[in-house]
Design a protein around this ligand. Structure first.
Ligand code: SF4
Length: 114
């Protein structure tokens, strides 16, 4: 009698778990894709990018327009970089929610504090 009751409870418990898991999956599926997607990447033609002279590749910076630029200056070694040294793209204090390239550069570049 006790075994049957515990069997029944276990069965109900499994059914509850499966039901809840399915409900959770449905809830995730209902979330808008942009909630789960990575933040958008900055484009070189974006207004902020143009104003700051941002380039995805520091090697393509116009040396005449930005004479203080040095080839060693990259977003990944800038004080505004919000990623880790191994991230290819990450946030930047100058670009709001958009991500910028680790190898990028803009005129707001500043060395990371030592
Ligand atoms: S402020 Fe620094 S991290 Fe941000 S885009 Fe300019 S160089 Fe890159």
């Amino acid at each position: 009698m006790t075994d049957r009751n515990s069997e029944g409870r276990r069965g109900a418990s499994r059914r509850e778990f499966v039901g809840r898991a399915a409900g959770g999956a449905c809830l995730l599926a209902a979330l808008p894709v942009r909630v789960l997607a990575a933040p958008p990447r900055a484009e070189e033609g974006d207004e902020t990018s143009v104003q700051l002279g941002y380039r995805h590749d520091t090697k393509s910076v116009d040396k005449k327009k930005y004479p203080r630029h040095a080839a060693t200056q990259e977003c990944v070694n800038c004080a505004m970089w919000q990623g880790t040294p191994s991230d290819a793209w990450a946030g930047c204090a100058m670009f709001g929610r958009k991500q910028i390239a680790a190898k990028g550069w803009c005129m707001a570049w500043a060395p990371k504090p030592a």
